[in-house]
Ligand binder design. Structure first.
Ligand code: ATP
Length: 250
């Protein structure tokens, strides 16, 4: 069974940057990795340097629209499965799937039910599934992913950010998804706020598994519109993510 890690956090905290650096780290090992961009903003492919435009959202739309036009004797599940494999991007060291746009109006229960079955089957091909999840965790509520081993909440170092992490922890107990562990990563940490972050996290009972410093290399790449995936090994963010990956048993 694949280990499932979901990375979440408020927009702008560095959730996507952190996810892509965790994927970068995973490609250094010999695990078979599936990365899923489940954030409708869809920034992960760009951050990874992957030029993809095909999404699960498009397939869902197709199945939703064509459901009544498909001959009754065709197996809808195999059509959906075939389409899913068509959009599965094979990257060096990992595969990538993009969830894409949110559903249109109408009921998607039928498509989602099919999709859930196929995803559960697909996941068995991998050692690790890493999901860039949206802050509100809607996909989890829709139970596409039933069990998550590690939910990693990325936050900035502010007290408010850490409080958001606390709220996400509360939200998780209301989801119909089983989450085994909840961890917090503080991102864009500076020497000035490092101590304060760890004491606040402790005070709030949050399990802080890493503090990623503000990294000038990330800032430069962001300005130049370059991916973070190929950051050099001496990037301070890369080094901290390496330690975090170890703590996550990756
Ligand atoms: N450790 C870091 N040091 C410097 N800049 C960083 C760091 N982490 C992220 N950033 C920058 O912060 C910005 C937000 O990061 P990112 O896009 O990963 O956030 P996000 O939480 O995924 O937001 P969204 O959901 O809106 O994409 C980007 O410009 C990114 O380059």
């Amino acid at each position: 069974m694949a280990k499932i890690i979901a990375v979440t956090g408020k927009g702008g905290t560095g959730k996507t940057a952190t996810t892509s650096l965790l994927i970068r780290q995973l490609t250094k090992g010999d695990k078979v990795v599936l990365a899923v961009d489940a954030d409708p903003d869809t920034n992960l492919p760009e951050t990874l340097g992957c030029d993809t435009s095909k999404t699960i959202g498009d397939i869902k739309e197709y199945m939703h629209d064509e459901r009544d036009n498909l001959p009754p004797d065709v197996n809808k599940e195999s059509i959906l499965e075939g389409k899913l494999y068509e959009i599965l991007e094979e990257m060096p060291g990992y595969d990538l799937l993009v969830m894409g746009r949110p559903e249109g109006s109408g009921c998607y229960c039928y498509v989602n039910n099919l999709l859930r079955g196929i995803m559960n089957k697909l996941v068995t091909n991998y050692d690790v599934l890493i999901i860039d999840a949206e802050a509100g965790l809607e996909h989890f509520s829709r139970k596409i992913f039933r069990n998550v081993d590690d939910l990693v909440v990325v936050t900035d170092g502010s007290r408010r950010g850490l409080r958001t992490a606390e709220r996400i922890r509360e939200l998780v107990s209301e989801l119909e998804t089983d989450v085994s562990n909840i961890y917090v990563i503080a991102n864009k940490v500076t020497d000035a706020n490092r101590e304060r972050i760890s004491s606040t996290a402790e005070e709030l009972g949050l399990e802080l598994i890493g503090m990623i410093p503000v990294d000038e290399m990330i800032v430069e790449r962001d300005l130049a519109g370059e991916p973070l995936f190929d950051l050099p090994d001496d990037s301070v963010a890369v080094q901290e993510v390496e330690r975090i990956a170890q703590k996550l048993g990756l």
